[in-house]
Design a protein around this ligand. Structure first.
Ligand code: HEM
Length: 221
């Protein structure tokens, strides 16, 4: 779980960094250019296959771990105060992971399927605005796709914010837990790793949450 977790943590940095280019507020020029570069790059496309395999593996490992935990203590404690030595989100990783998975189904339907398979599950205006010109080159206008998805639906914006909040709780435990899995647990370094995990989770999720909010509220056009 630690290894697949590290891979997904790295993916989120790249994904969030790339998407944050929409905040340049230049009509999506810079974002579309780099999104196209990533889409055309053979190494990135190969890693995309790895990403989906790792995601699947992470889910399967999670289910196995959850079942092992459940069968290790089939008879519940009579007195149990889990809050005394663990955070609720560390005990709810399965629930949070399931919410993220549900969010991902909606999310991939919005952006990934139309951009990869040209129109499956795509939304009307996306078809018209699917190409834009950048540096005399035609690029897929994923920025227009974002505008289409977020501009007119508060419900979708709320679904995204809920998905990102679930992700934030999941990462708050998952980040330091991945280090723990590799035996990196040291009096001196662990507080730093925990702090870095909190910083990472909050910054990544805040930036992700700001994307639908900024588009819906017309902060960026
Ligand atoms: C909330 C703000 C987010 C926005 C605006 C956004 C936007 C996008 C866009 C435009 C794509 C298509 C990229 C392409 O086809 O080249 C994409 C793909 C993807 N997103 Fe997001 N995303 C967001 C959050 C997330 C989160 C929180 C996760 C994970 C938990 C995630 C996971 C993915 C995955 C797995 C793909 C497909 C992989 C790929 O294209 O390489 N996204 N996203």
């Amino acid at each position: 779980m630690g290894l697949t977790g590290f891979f997904l943590i790295t993916f989120l940095i790249v994904h969030c960094g790339l998407n944050s280019m929409i905040f340049f507020n230049d009509g999506g020029q810079t974002f579309n250019h780099w999104a196209q570069f990533m889409g055309d790059n053979l190494i990135i496309r190969t890693m995309e296959i790895g990403l989906f395999l790792f995601l699947l593996l992470h889910v399967i490992q999670g289910i196995i771990l959850w079942r092992q935990n459940a069968s290790a203590r089939p008879v519940k404690y009579v007195v149990n105060h889990p809050e005394a030595n663990s955070k609720w989100y560390s005990r709810s990783m399965g629930l949070l992971g399931t919410l993220i998975l549900l969010f991902l189904v909606v999310h991939l339907y919005h952006f990934w399927t139309p951009s990869r398979f040209g129109g499956i599950g795509s939304i009307e205006p996306l078809e018209e605005a699917s190409l834009s010109v950048y540096n005399n080159q035609e690029v897929h206008n994923l920025y227009a796709a974002m505008q289409t998805v977020f501009k007119n639906s508060l419900v979708i914006v709320i679904i995204y914010i809920a998905g990102v909040i679930s992700l934030c709780w999941h990462l708050l435990h998952g980040f330091q837990s991945a280090f723990q899995t590799f035996g990196i647990n040291h009096k001196r370094y662990t507080p730093f790793i925990k702090g870095l995990g909190v910083f990472y989770s909050i910054v990544i999720c805040l930036l992700f949450a700001l994307m639908p909010i900024a588009i819906y509220l017309n902060w960026i056009n």
